[in-house]
Ligand binder design. Structure first.
Ligand code: SF4
Length: 174
């Protein structure tokens, strides 16, 4: 098992690391602003790419939703689906396109149950990926808010719309 697979199978730990990183980046926003977001993007995208590739098999979409998808990168789905699996998931939970691979969304759903803080976000709808952000730093895009922009047709709706919530609430499996 690779280091990345091992870490992805410990989503609670990754959630804690994500939360700490998120708070740090938000706390540093005034510094980023002063230095310039373009410059920070140039400085950060390399290290971010390296770290996320090792752990998440990241494709640098620039619009990271890992914490909403069980710390499982949706871009590693062969169809790049951002809102749950296609209809081709095999009965053993494997991918229609790559039969040797478990469906990204089966793993995402399982792992989200071990994430007490963000696990419920599995039930939110993500906007379509903006290909113009590919290769840029998702952290910087989070600060500027460009990762939350939605197509014009979505005007008046929020970026994330709750799809469905079970009446008894979301169980984290903890
Ligand atoms: S969602 Fe995007 S930025 Fe986040 S790990 Fe996947 S490809 Fe990388």
């Amino acid at each position: 098992m690779s280091l990345g697979s091992w870490m992805r199978n410990h989503p609670h730990f990754l959630e804690k690391v994500y939360r700490l990183t998120e708070r740090t980046v938000i706390g540093l926003d005034p510094v980023f602003n002063k230095l310039g977001y373009d410059r920070m993007n140039r400085w950060l995208k390399g290290p971010e790419d390296l770290a996320k590739q090792v752990v998440f098999d990241c494709r640098m979409c620039g619009q990271c939703v890992l914490h909403s998808t069980g710390m499982t990168c949706p871009m590693s789905c062969p169809k790049n689906l951002r809102n749950g699996p296609c209809g081709g998931v095999r009965s053993n939970g494997h991918c229609e396109v790559k039969p040797e691979m478990r469906c990204v969304w089966v793993e995402a759903f399982e792992r989200s149950g071990h994430m007490p803080v963000y696990g419920h976000e599995m039930l939110f709808i993500n906007p379509p990926v903006n290909r113009q952000l590919e290769g840029s730093s998702a952290w910087v895009n989070m600060l500027t808010g460009v990762d939350k922009e939605v197509p014009k047709a979505w005007a008046g709706t929020s970026q994330r719309v709750e799809l469905i919530l079970p009446a008894e609430g979301w169980s984290t499996g903890q």
